[in-house]
Design a protein around this ligand. Structure first.
Ligand code: UDX
Length: 438
């Protein structure tokens, strides 16, 4: 199978490299010469564990290459995947489809007879219809198909998610497209990953519904965590208690500082916009978005309160905290919509100074968080600070040297927004411990 992947961002690069690893011949195309140059020189422009080795071995095997030149590769392609960005449109939260439609228009005259154009970018319902219309407008006599194949890749675990998916969703409106996509994913279905075939519109909506539902689980458990703090229960017990019911499931029930990243915040807003456009209000998703927005700044206020409590009620103004972790979750350098941004803002609003460290996200963080002292490691961040605050669940923060922490901090106060530590252990070590929902 010859596959062309348009867009070498996160989704395009991971998917392209994995398809090549399945044995297909894949060419990834991008307009950004600096990205293509980097990839041709063997440099990976994003941080994703395992991706560099996967790209290297498939390039060496002659199954994966990169080009700026759509004209050279498209006429050979059996399947053309669109994996370009669909950022939130400024103002209304609707997904900006400019790049998707531009790709459709540009590829149209180069497509071969029978080509299947597959949208992998996250796009609102009906986008496939418009892609089809654009190609038809440019090439009225061409036989082609347009399909939807949403991705469900978690940053930091994307290769595993791609190769061992719970399911693959295929949205097709004709048999030929289904046959080609069955062939593309054959190596997976041999491993019994279910391939769910449905209409194109259902597939487009499935992606948003999945992310909105997962966001709902997180917002729900975060509200339960607040209630647990008030009633004196441990939210982790409650999460275990409900999650063991297979109808509920125990994943995505970890309370924390709120969800961030490139998908949940953007996709929930885009889904709300679709609901609005079709006059089908999505009140649950509306609440989830509001709950999560409030949660991020509430976590900053929680730290300020912990500082006040530790100081016998004195103002937190002029105090210093060490923020451990800045990215929206571990194993990524991604800062998009990271709770750390709001947390720093509320700390600074309360006059608290921030020292910060993140294992991978410092470079990205410096672009979005200012007036913070960036430190070379966790211990440098804690030096002289009045509290340590864990924001991201990096492995590096799971086994901190507690004696060293106590020496470095001006007072032994840990605010653990990811519940990495046991209260009993911390108290035995003489710490004041503040977790989430406990
Ligand atoms: C998500 C989806 O999981 C993936 O299927 C989709 O295609 C892209 O969006 P990603 O954004 O990489 O992936 O991260 P994910 O692991 O889903 O976490 C998203 C956010 O939720 C993070 O901020 C994380 O910290 C938070 N989260 C997740 C929780 O607060 N609690 C949980 O139990 C799980």
């Amino acid at each position: 199978m010859r596959i062309v992947m348009i867009g070498t961002g996160y989704v395009g690069l991971v998917s392209g490299a994995c398809f090549a690893d399945f044995g297909h011949h894949v060419t990834c195309v991008d307009k950004d010469a600096s990205k293509i140059d980097a990839l041709l020189e063997g440099r990976i422009p994003i941080f994703e564990p395992g991706l560099d080795a996967l790209v290297e071995s498939n390039v060496a095997a002659g199954r994966l290459d990169f080009t700026l030149d759509l004209e050279k590769v498209l006429p050979e392609a059996d399947a053309v995947f669109i994996a370009v960005g669909t950022p939130s449109r400024r103002g209304d939260g609707h997904a900006d489809l400019t790049y998707v439609y531009a790709a459709a228009r540009e590829m149209a005259p180069l497509l071969r007879e029978g080509a299947v154009v597959v949208d992998k970018s996250t796009v609102p319902v009906g986008t496939g219809d418009e892609v089809e219309r654009i190609i038809r407008e440019v090439c009225p006599n061409l036989t082609f198909s347009v399909a939807s194949n949403p991705e469900f890749l978690r940053e930091g675990a994307a290769i595993d998610d791609f190769k061992r998916p719970d399911r693959v969703v295929i949205g097709v409106n004709d048999d030929h497209a289904e046959k080609v996509l069955q062939e593309v994913y054959r190596p997976l279905t041999r491993n019994e990953s279910p391939l769910l075939v449905m209409s194109r519109r259902a597939a487009e909506l499935t992606k948003y519904a999945a992310n909105a539902f997962l966001a709902t689980k997180i917002a729900f458990i975060n509200e339960m965590a607040d209630l647990c703090e008030k009633v004196g229960a441990d939210v982790r017990d409650v999460a275990r208690g409900i999650g063991s019911d297979t109808r509920i499931g125990n994943r995505f029930l970890m309370p924390g500082p709120g969800y961030g990243g490139s998908c949940f915040p953007k996709d929930t807003l885009a889904l709300l916009k679709t609901g609005h456009d079709y006059e089908a209000p999505l009140r649950i998703v509306e609440s989830v978005v509001a709950v999560n927005d409030q949660r991020k700044s509430a976590m900053g206020r929680k730290v300020v309160q912990a500082l006040k409590d530790a100081g016998g009620g004195a103002d937190a103004h002029g105090k210093t905290v060490a923020l451990l972790g800045l990215t929206f979750k571990a194993n990524t350098d991604d800062m998009r919509d990271s709770p750390a941004i709001s947390i720093v803002q509320s700390l600074q609003d309360a006059g608290v100074n921030v020292r910060a460290y993140d294992p991978e996200g410092m470079e990205q963080a410096k672009k979005v968080i200012q007036n913070v002292t960036y430190c070379a490691n966790s211990y440098e961040a804690m030096d002289g600070a009045d509290a340590a605050v864990i924001v991201t669940e990096w492995d590096a923060f799971r086994a901190l040297d507690l004696d060293r922490m106590k020496d470095l901090l001006s007072q032994p106060l840990l605010v653990d927004l990811r519940n990495l530590y046991s209260r009993t252990d911390m108290e035995e070590h003489g710490f004041t411990y503040v977790g989430v929902g406990r």
